[in-house]
Design a protein around this ligand. Structure first.
Ligand code: PMP
Length: 398
């Protein structure tokens, strides 16, 4: 029998049927502690009553209308995002990569309408991930995602985060439009950039009239314990920001936020979408925002993070031959593994805990922001069992 699905994912051998909070239940009734959460998407766990109520109520009223009409839910969610951030306006898309696409167009259009159409270069960084559209794969510059997909697009520059001189040089160039960066690299392996680094980038971009884009698709909406990751550092705010994932907490929605100034080239006809910002997405997005942005939720996420990090550091000290490093920010946690991270993901699954992969041989833990202390303890118990099994497997292989 041939597989009717395009062969694009290395799928784990479990068929997921339902979710309850941090738990996923497969078709055989087995329960897994879910530290993948749709890769940082199900920020309020599975089946959160406020989200279920918002979706079902909206489903009975109106699913979809074109963006040629006013959609009150869009205005309400945009207002919340603007009130809570540096931004003045919002474009709603469906995914993270579309939010990034809009961010890049916004930056280039800004210079175009400002009489500097030669400013097209988008500077990105090694280890980043911005999604799978052509602009996004070119912005992150990861060869693995571009191979065989035709020539590299002009107007994209890749640098190492550690190469301060090259960064200064690139930002000073008269063809540079914008710099795009994830304040915490997610797919790259939960790599948190320092405040000092982010503030320096802000200073340089401002000095040279270059726009700063933060890709907070993964790190935004409470994931690091602040509503947006850059809010850990006063003065680090960008001109443009891409969001998705937790914005709909499981319902597909992305957003590109910008200041009025940065968005000056985004005029009728320049950009658009059929589905982006539809009433279903907005109803869930508002409910998710109103839960995530509560100070108690963010404080809970910070406390859960501190607890998780402490327990994971203790685990690492018991298993230095399995875990090399514990890193990340908030509940975007990376365990840098000694053996192959993919092998460890399989072992962890056997012990009833789901973890995601990541760059630099990391596994990522990205649980619901509402994870309880008992659930964190249970997660670490299961990881400990997986570490014991992984150690045994390594001894056998040696
Ligand atoms: N940017 C970042 C930082 C991401 O982590 C991702 C998804 N992992 C994307 C963009 C792309 O999002 P999507 O898969 O929704 O297009």
């Amino acid at each position: 029998m041939t597989d009717p699905l395009m062969n694009l994912y290395n799928r784990a051998p479990i068929a997921v049927e339902r979710g309850e909070g941090v738990w996923l239940i497969d078709t055989g009734g087995r329960r897994y502690l879910d530290c993948v959460a749709g890769i940082a998407t199900d920020a309020l766990g599975h089946g959160h009553p406020a989200l279920v109520a918002a979706l079902t109520e909206q489903a009975g009223k109106l699913w979809h209308v074109s963006n040629i009409f006013r959609i009150p839910g869009q205005e309400a969610l945009a207002q919340r995002l603007v009130d809570a951030s540096f931004a003045d306006c919002v474009f709603f898309a469906n995914t993270g990569t579309e939010a990034v696409e809009c961010a890049i167009k916004t930056a280039r259009r800004y210079h175009h309408v400002n009489g500097q159409p030669e400013r097209i270069d988008i500077v990105g960084f090694a280890g980043s991930f911005h999604g799978r559209t052509y602009a996004a794969i070119n912005a992150s510059g990861n060869a693995g995602y571009m191979e065989g997909c035709g020539p590299r697009l002009p107007g994209f520059v890749q640098l190492s985060i550690d190469d301060a001189a090259a960064i200064e040089d690139a930002i000073a160039r008269p063809t540079t439009a914008a710099v795009i960066v994830e304040p915490v690299q997610g797919e790259g392996g939960a790599r948190a950039l320092t405040g000092e680094w982010l503030l320096r980038l802000r200073e340089l971009t401002r000095e040279h009239g270059v726009l700063l884009i933060h890709d907070e698709v993964q790190s935004g909406m409470g994931r690091t314990g602040k509503l947006f990751a850059h809010q850990w550092f006063d003065g680090a705010e960008p001109d443009i920001m891409a969001l998705a994932k937790a914005l709909g907490s499981g319902f597909p929605v992305g957003a590109c936020l910008a200041t009025t100034e940065a968005a000056m080239g985004m005029t009728p006809g320049v950009h658009g979408t059929t589905f982006g910002g539809n009433p279903l997405a907005m109803a869930v997005g508002i409910a998710a925002f109103d839960t995530i942005a509560r100070p108690e939720t963010l404080a809970h996420a910070r406390a859960a993070s501190a607890d998780f990090f402490e327990r994971l550091e203790a685990l690492r000290s018991r298993f230095p031959d399995v875990i090399a490093d514990v890193r990340g920010k908030g509940l975007l946690i990376g365990l840098k593994m000694i053996q192959n991270n993919r092998d460890f993901m399989g072992i962890a699954r056997d012990y009833g805990i789901l973890v995601a992969g990541g760059g630099e041989n990391c596994v990522r833990l990205l649980p619901s922001l509402l994870i309880t202390a008992e659930e964190i303890a249970e997660a670490v118990t299961r990881l400990e069992a997986a570490c014991t099994a992984a150690r045994g497997a390594m001894v056998q292989a040696a």
